[in-house]
Design a protein around this ligand. Sequence first.
Ligand code: GDP
Length: 304
Amino acid sequence: MFNSLSDRLTATFKNLRGKGRLSEADVDATVREIRRALLEADVAVPVVREFTATIKERALGSEVSEALNPGQQVVKIVNEELKNVLGGETRRINLAKSGPTVIMLAGLQGAGKTTLAGKLGKWLTDQGHKPVLVASDLQRPNAVTQLQVVGQRAGVPVFAPEPGATSEFDDPTGDPVAVARDGVTHARAKLYDVVIVDTAGRLGIDEALMRQARDIRNAVNPDEVLFVIDAMVGQDAVNTAKAFDDGVDFTGVVLSKLDGDARGGAALSVRSVTGKPIMFASTGEGVRDFEQFHPDRMASRILD
Ligand code: GDP
């Protein structure tokens, strides 16, 4: 990800190298190039506008004019502002003070929620936690089985409605809210300390989906609601993020498919548009292709 943005910015900064003083025209030209690079990377227009205005203001200020190496100072400013737009500080997961920590996953179908459940479960297990995955996606016929496969691969148990069982879970169109609630009760009884609730996604945003997600949120009172966003979708993903934020009020974002050749628009826009931090990144289909999101490292990677 970010390859073309990275190349564009590097080329822009090359023009500043070795310059003793920067004229206003130099700054304008640089800011124009940055704007173009961000728009090409599919960053949301208001975010581009604010970002470039800040760069311009700082580049014309005394921190650059009085610097020994103004070109390098501009690069430093862009690095700092990229870190800011990506969220500033690393946001760590919020664990419950008592009882199991409940993490709910939300997002469109195909965003990478189910895959993430396994990755997150494995990551937490490696840190000494005892997580359980809860199959509250009863929308797609295969979703429960898929979560079971993911859980098996990750070595994390799954709480799921039993097909054929004489309970409220015996039909796959059962009540996902009840499954989520029962999953948390099950976790308490079996001393699991983290409950990861997988929920249904749809191809597009619809009110029924939002209501269901909201009902699950109200039923299990999660410590974190993670919105999973496919980084390949670009600016469109930002509109989806906004709708989900209005609908379920998520607490953090997970960027998935960062291993693809996404231009980076979603990553650079989602924080500003929703005000919510990016907490994790998914970087492949394997259970270990997952990392905590560090805005400073990502900013440096872009300018590498
Ligand atoms: P869900 O509908 O939101 O639960 O999405 P899934 O977890 O089923 O993922 C949809 C597809 O994307 C699957 O084929 C996954 O293997 C794939 N996938 C998920 N995360 C990643 C990722 O980080 N990188 C890549 N390359 N593929 C991913």
